[in-house]
Write a protein that binds this ligand. Structure first.
Ligand SMILES: [Zn+2]
Length: 321
């Protein structure tokens, strides 16, 4: 029986590496902020050095690890362990990161999309404990998701399954998504939509209670500002939060009809909007699903905190068992 797991989360600002117990607890971690501009080989060296240092500092051997899981945003060709494209690392294209790290270790290395990693972490150690299937949706600047069916991640044929952020919830929308389509869930509901939505409401003559300086740059509107607005009962902030919740509710309804999971777990920064937001999501879902819920079905909030990235990455190694 192997004792511990290792997770590596390659984020847009932070490279986090952590040793994790089999119950999901963090033993130790290190965070670097200088990885984004590094060429591929140097990143592999950095990841390798971090893992070896953590093992040494905590008096573990490589053989104590069950595996190393790496989570990275972007398109990952799972079966080949290749980063197809990622916005988190400059210039990476079709890079076989899994095999490059694997060359330095004798235990298995697994690479997957960060949303899949977070979904599996939540499934193993968080709100998904006790279920055999679930869908995870993370709502932050963008929207990511992961699908677990019968205890396994469902990845689709190339590994990009679960891109619910690009399902279309409002084809008449004038919001264009990063993918080029109009009315994707991601373009209507998440952080990247907030500046546009806010400006639109102000231009339509609505008044905000937020104290915005003369010539305010609306592109700086984010989830934190709207949370502040919500706390001070600002009508503009509340309207945008309700709009986002409405579209997420439609998105969840679509997932529910497609996959009939017993559980959908919501995570990500915009969940800091709390019950006001969650209630609108649930209200919209139930208005659409009406009497079509034939089995127990739950919409829950993520239980893993800010370490979900590395804990999720580490949990990928459990898929190898
Ligand atoms: Zn899209």
């Amino acid at each position: 029986m192997k004792k511990i797991l290792c997770g590596v989360d390659i984020g847009g600002t932070k490279l986090s590496t952590s040793l994790i117990r089999l119950d999901g607890g963090v033993i130790d971690k290190c965070i670097d902020c200088d990885h984004v501009d590094k060429p591929e080989k140097q990143l592999v060296e950095q990841i390798t050095a971090n893992i070896n240092r953590l093992l040494r500092n905590n008096e573990y051997q490589e053989s104590d690890l069950q595996g190393i899981g790496i989570g990275c945003a972007g398109h990952i060709r799972f079966r080949d362990g290749v980063i197809i494209t990622t916005s988190n690392l400059k210039g990476y294209k079709d890079y076989p990161l899994r095999d490059a790290v694997q060359e330095n270790f004798s235990i298995p290395v697994i690479l997957d999309n960060d949303a899949n990693a977070q979904a599996f972490g939540e499934f193993k150690f968080g709100a998904g404990k006790g279920f055999d299937s679930m869908v995870f949706l993370t709502i932050s600047t963008g929207i990511g998701a992961g699908i677990i069916i019968n205890n396994r991640l469902y990845r689709g044929s190339t590994g990009t399954a679960g891109e619910f952020g690009h399902t279309i919830v409002n084809p008449d929308s004038d919001l264009t998504c990063t993918c080029g389509n109009r009315g994707c869930l991601m373009s209507c509901a998440c952080g990247m939509a907030l500046p546009y939505l806010f400006e639109q409401k102000i231009r339509a003559g609505k008044t905000t209670l937020l104290d915005l300086p003369e010539g305010f740059d609306y592109s700086s509107i984010d989830g934190h500002m709207l949370k502040k607005g919500l706390d001070m009962n600002d009508p503009v902030s509340k309207e945008i939060i309700l709009d986002s919740g409405y579209y997420v509710g439609i998105g969840i309804y679509n997932i529910f009809q497609a996959l009939n999971p017993p559980l959908i777990v919501l995570g990500g920064g915009l969940l800091s909007w709390g019950d006001f937001y969650l209630a609108q999501i649930k209200r919209t879902f139930h208005e659409l699903a009406r009497d079509m819920i034939f089995d127990p079905f739950e919409i829950a909030v993520s239980r893993i905190g800010p370490d979900v990235g590395v804990i999720g990455a580490a949990s990928l190694a459990l898929e190898l068992c």
